[in-house]
Design a binder for this molecule. Sequence first.
Ligand code: LFR
Length: 476
Amino acid sequence: MKKYCLSVDIGASSGRLVLGNLEKGRLELEEVHRFGNEIIEKNGHFCWNIEALFDEIKSGVKKCGNLGIVPVSIGIDTWAVDFVLLDEHDQLLTDAVAYRDPRTDGVMEEVTEIFMKERLYLETGIQFQKFNTIYQLYALKKQQPELLEKAKTFLMIPDYLHFLLTGKKTNEYTNATSTQLINAFTRNWDKDIIRELGFNYEMFQEIKMPKTVLGPIKKELAAEFGFTMDVILPATHDTGSAVLAIPQLEDTIYISSGTWSLIGVENYFPICVTKALDYNFTNEGGMDYQFRFLKNIMGLWMIQEVRRNYSNRYSFSDLVELSKAVTETTALVNVDDSRFLKPENMVEEIQGYCMETGQKVPESPGEIAKCIFESLVNSYQRAVFEIEDIFEKEFKSINVIGGGSQNELLNQLIADTTKKEVFAGPVEATAIGNLVVQLIALGEIADIKEARRIVQQSFEVKKYVKSEVEKQGGVV
Ligand code: LFR
């Protein structure tokens, strides 16, 4: 009998339920359900529609039943940093406020007056981003202190969805590290930071590692689905799952490419040196206590927003084609400027930046898209330099994974700019990484090393090298 696991991977712009099973040493995937996700406005904040997301998960599970497939287990991953608080009756006290909400404007600066940046970095190894959970909690403490006082439970988004499935409360490690409240060395909640900031330590749950079998789904859900299954914790931070699906990491820098571009390397210990702090790299906790030494780059969010500004008249591939047709050199923007985090209108924000910096203002959709792609690659190039500077070595290749790895133009631009071999794929890296952890927990795969071998045998990876035109000194 084939053993199926079900991965639920929800990103900032879409979610999917993918079944996975091992067949003759290869991992087979079957997408059973896909749905959109977006930020909504609720009670004066930008939020996630968490109820709708849970409904989509249930619809997807039911589709498995319709296909006659009963998964042995299910595991959920999502983006990081966001959370909900529950009261003493396990009811929601807060909305699932999204990290792009301006409630944290200026808060990081306040917190880093209480804690020196160096101390926070030395203890947590986490990069400074205004939306980290630590700043969101501090914003809440200032703006709605009564909610924090009533809170009995802190759950991150996947923790909460797992709670809805099982009734069990836990904080999964990989995602918990993105709070900037986990000590990188004890790998547990940092009591000192939590208490000094005046958060209630008791609301944080026991940290559980990926591979933990949380338990069976609630009886009423089993009755609704017509079958039961276990919840097995994957790396619930989507980037943590994605990186597990990189076939080989030796001398390789990865870019997990989606709404964000996460660029970095896998590491066995956290690097909390001053240079890493200055470059603002993070040490996110990974499976088996590996660390992802990486940096967040604004990513395809900018293109997603541009599409929205043009009322979705252009598909992603339309924008790629239009940008290819632009022959003039383009203006460049600093994609990591926080003005691009959630501007009212991305097109106008880009144009404003170009105007203020005395560059030719991109006007057509093709020019805007070209400006975004080239600016992104410019930022990747800078991050590559920083990584090589910190590790004092050259990396041979770059492996782009995730949905963004389908963007051939971007892949080629990366190869041309960094002059490194670029490997693109697997596209469904996050779902794959989620599934392999469940399969390891079930004893179907020995460990991550074997999982990576299986990934290599199962999925297509395309190679890009510096183009000939570029080699001869022409323009891209
Ligand atoms: C990618 C991601 C990044 C995290 C950002 C915000 O989906 O999880 O790793 O920094 O979203 O949570």
